[in-house]
Design a binder for this molecule. Structure first.
Ligand code: AMP
Length: 283
């Protein structure tokens, strides 16, 4: 089993030693309770780097006051087994006190954090940008791996890295799904049997939207309505947003070319997100 370290000094020393040996460092930041989605990032990082660090930290500052920070699932020993199998070299699993000591500094990315998840989670992306900056400074990796599952997060991190000149390559990885289409998530464990079935409305509705665009639909409004109607057919669902946004600005658009099609839906008390991307083609 690979080591789990709790302090910034320990992880820094481990990475320094690896770098002295000429190793290229890959980094996968996570909140733990790892599943096949996280594993795909770690496997990819292990195939492209010599030394892979996984951080396993439920970051309190990215949760709103009425969100699930306290109840977020945690199982470091299971995570350790998964990381070992996936080819990681070390896990950084700090306590909140190790990461935060009365900070006065926040990293805040403007505009692209105000729409989509940022509209209903106003402090979320400040929390994410700040903790990822801290982790980048602590781990100092060559490459860092993020899932397309959190599409807005990936776009925000790429912009932050560009704006702040972090010398780190950001690698986006595809969404890993259950066999029936539900995107893998640590929060899927919150669902009872009926909710688990209901949660399929996200991927079902997005598949419908994607088919429409692939068949030539050019109106974002029409696609949005079809996705919304499909989700609303599920009685246990409550839509937070259904949005078609420009891939760069993350502002709503009327086009279906170069877009992020994203949904956030409550199933019972739990909020789930899913999305797909239509790359821009010159017309
Ligand atoms: P989290 O532990 O939820 O903060 O996720 C850590 C990283 O794993 C993020 O970059 C996520 O986008 C990524 N991730 C989570 N679920 C999936 C999934 N189903 N497929 C691909 N990547 C994922």
């Amino acid at each position: 089993m690979i080591p789990v370290v709790k302090t910034i000094d320990e992880i820094r020393n481990a990475v320094k030693t690896a770098k002295k040996q000429g190793k290229i460092i890959g980094f996968v930041p996570t909140m733990g309770f790892l599943h096949e989605g996280h594993k795909s990032l770690i496997v990819r990082a292990a195939s492209e780097n010599d030394y892979v660090v996984v951080s396993d930290f439920v970051n309190p500052t990215q949760f709103g006051p009425n969100e699930d920070f306290e109840s977020y699932p945690r199982d470091i020993e299971k995570d350790r087994a998964l990381c070992t199998e996936a080819g990681a070299d070390i896990i950084f699993n700090p306590e909140p006190d190790e990461m935060y000591c009365d900070p006065l500094t926040t990293v805040s990315v403007d505009k692209i954090t105000k729409t989509l998840c940022g509209a209903s989670r106003p402090i979320h992306f400040d929390g994410v940008a700040t903790v990822v900056s801290k982790l980048f400074n602590i781990v100092a990796p060559d490459r860092a791996y993020f899932g397309q599952k959190d599409a807005q997060q990936l776009i925000v991190i790429k912009k932050m890295v560009k704006d702040l000149n972090f010398d780190i390559e950001i690698v986006g990885c595809p969404i890993i799904r259950e066999e029936d289409g539900l995107a893998k998530s640590s929060r899927n464990t919150y669902l009872n049997e009926a909710e688990r079935k209901a949660a399929l409305c996200l991927s079902r509705a997005l598949n419908k939207g994607r088919s429409m665009i692939e068949m030539g639909e050019k109106s974002a409004k029409t696609v949005k309505k079809a996705i919304t109607d499909e989700i609303n057919r599920e009685p246990l669902s409550r839509i937070d947003y259904v949005e078609i946004s420009d891939l760069e600005t993350l502002q709503p658009t009327d086009s279906t070319n170069g877009v992020l099609v994203a949904v956030a839906v409550y199933i019972g008390k739990t909020r789930f997100i899913d999305n797909f991307i239509i790359e821009r083609v010159d017309e």
